[in-house]
Design a protein around this ligand. Structure first.
Ligand code: BEZ
Length: 236
């Protein structure tokens, strides 16, 4: 955990590779034991600043619409804000009953939304960034793998709604890296070539430069790619 003292304010946050901090919480879908309840699944744990705010509303409608895409990728969505359960319920009912945005309407949020009035969870996960706000969680996104390990973190300020295509792309990229022992280059999309592990010996480096490894395209000895057909990747 990173401990940072900033103007007498202590921020702790999990790092990539850490075990996801555990907690019990009340949510709009009942009590949860995190991350134990979701063992064997990927989890996207995300925070938002407050209920009944416009950017958050647009994000929740989008997540609700796209939840089936994440479920298909064995990924559980879990939201959080520093609001109480009744505020959460009222806000989700308003979204379903009244809000229409970009062709989305009657959007029902079926994934759990954590109440965190005490900020216990938000503090554990470094979602309170005092330079931005000391009473609202920033837009943090934690990707947690099926073994309960934090695999990626993305943080956005209060003013900026998240890009859900990128959240899905990052999830598929991590799942693909795990399944095929590869890495993915800049702006990778499923179906694009992937990066193979770097040459581990002078002999392999030489072979690669002499095009002796079939199916590889080498830009240099340390940078070789190969096709990974989209049919082999779980994308939906
Ligand atoms: C919003 O979700 O609209 C929002 C929340 C806090 C600050 C600014 C915008």
């Amino acid at each position: 955990m990173i401990e940072e003292i900033q103007e007498n304010k202590s921020i702790s946050m999990p790092r990539i590779g850490d075990k996801a901090p555990e907690f019990k919480a009340v949510t709009t879908q009942g009590d949860i034991n995190f991350p134990t309840d979701y063992k064997g699944k990927w989890i996207i744990l995300f925070s938002h600043p407050a209920d009944f705010t416009p950017v958050c509303t647009s994000e929740f409608m989008t997540f609700a619409k796209r939840e089936p895409e994440f479920i298909a990728l064995n990924c559980q969505l879990v939201g959080l804000s520093i609001d109480g359960l009744y505020s959460h319920i009222a806000w989700l009912r308003t979204i379903k009953d009244k809000i229409e945005f970009k062709g989305m309407k009657n959007m029902e949020v079926k994934f759990p939304l954590i109440e965190d009035i005490t900020m216990e969870v938000a503090k554990k996960y470094g979602m309170i960034q005092p330079g931005e706000s000391s009473t609202k969680a920033v837009r943090a996104v934690f990707f947690i793998d099926p073994k309960g390990i934090v695999r990626a973190l993305i943080y956005y300020p209060l003013s900026t709604g998240r890009n859900f295509d990128e959240l899905k792309r990052a999830l598929i990229a991590m799942q693909t890296a795990d399944a095929f022992d590869i890495a993915t280059p800049a702006d990778w999309q499923p179906g694009d070539d992937v990066i193979v592990p770097p040459a581990g010996s002078c002999g392999v480096a030489k072979d690669r430069m002499e095009n002796k490894e079939e199916g590889l395209t080498c830009h240099d000895w340390f940078f070789c790619t190969k096709p990974l057909p989209i049919e082999n990747i779980k994308t939906h």
